[in-house]
Ligand binder design. Structure first.
Ligand code: IPE
Ligand code: IPE
Ligand code: MG
Length: 247
């Protein structure tokens, strides 16, 4: 069966009424994809951006409400400068080529992570994207850039302590209160987490928010991750029974 036949088949199998509301993806394996082909790692990242384009389109077509993409972690600064620099050049390129289509498709761009520590050109590119799509009401495309979950939780604790000390919040602090201090403030938790490249770990991504997410791992490297792969994951998700601790 070729890809377009498989896509057609999956489209029929997927229940459009029950797609996950929020999908989060750890886009991993760009470097190994390139290595396997005897190419420099940058080529893997470049191709990875092409995949982002396809997957954003497909998620939008499937009716996903929120797509969160892990693009750069707080730990990724430890990579060689040439790689960090290359990765930091990508948001600008991506928005330059994709913004018109994202606007047309009513997609709303958001950012989670410590934006203040990003190079100015990256911050500007992302700000331009979020600003230009602020009033869109369709899919939320949420980029995790300079994002680390432990630092997000620590930041939330500090902000919370400040608000308690100043008397801004009174009364009981519950899970809902705490969630409102995270970067994901008004977003529902991911229903489905996808990680590519065969690694089976969370790598400091959304530790609080993934408490009850369904997990889907594939050995496919991110640059090769296709619409069909996304649809397979969604279909598999629909076959599961989420229990949330109940019977
Ligand atoms: C994912 O691919 C992109 C980022 C983490 C920024 P990698 O660069 O981690 O690729 P591998 O894991 O080395 O193959
Ligand atoms: C996780 O991938 C971060 C992103 C995809 C942005 P890594 O490649 O950095 O994760 P580890 O180091 O293999 O855990
Ligand atoms: Mg990796």
């Amino acid at each position: 069966m070729n890809n377009s036949q498989r896509e057609k088949e999956l489209k029929q199998k997927i229940d459009a009424e029950k797609v996950p509301r929020h999908i989060a993806i750890i886009m991993d394996g760009n470097g190994r994809w390139a290595l396997e082909k005897g190419l420099p790692r940058q080529e893997g990242h470049r191709q990875g951006v092409e995949t982002v384009r396809d997957i954003v389109r497909c998620a939008n077509e499937l009716g996903i409400s929120i797509l969160t993409l892990f693009a750069f972690s707080t730990e990724n600064w430890q990579r060689p400068a040439w790689e960090v620099n290359y990765l930091m050049s990508l948001p600008e390129k991506y928005f330059q080529s994709e913004l018109p289509e994202l606007k047309r498709n009513n997609v709303q761009i958001r950012l989670i992570g410590d934006a203040a520590r990003l190079p100015r050109k990256v911050r500007q590119a992302v700000e331009e994207g979020t600003e230009a799509t602020r009033d869109n009401t369709g899919m939320i495309l949420n980029f995790a850039l300079n994002y680390g979950s432990r630092s997000e939780i620590l930041r939330a604790v500090k902000l919370l302590v400040d608000d308690v000390t100043s008397g801004t919040i009174k009364g009981e602090i519950n899970e809902k209160t705490f969630s409102s201090y995270l970067y994901t403030v008004d977003m529902p938790d991911p229903d489905l987490l996808i990680r590519t490249s065969g690694e089976k770990r969370i790598s400091n991504f959304l530790l609080w928010q993934l408490a009850y997410s369904e997990l889907w791992f594939t050995s496919v490297f991110w640059p090769d991750f296709s619409r069909v792969d996304l649809m397979e994951a969604v279909h598999d998700y629909q076959l599961r029974r989420r229990r949330f601790g109940k019977l």
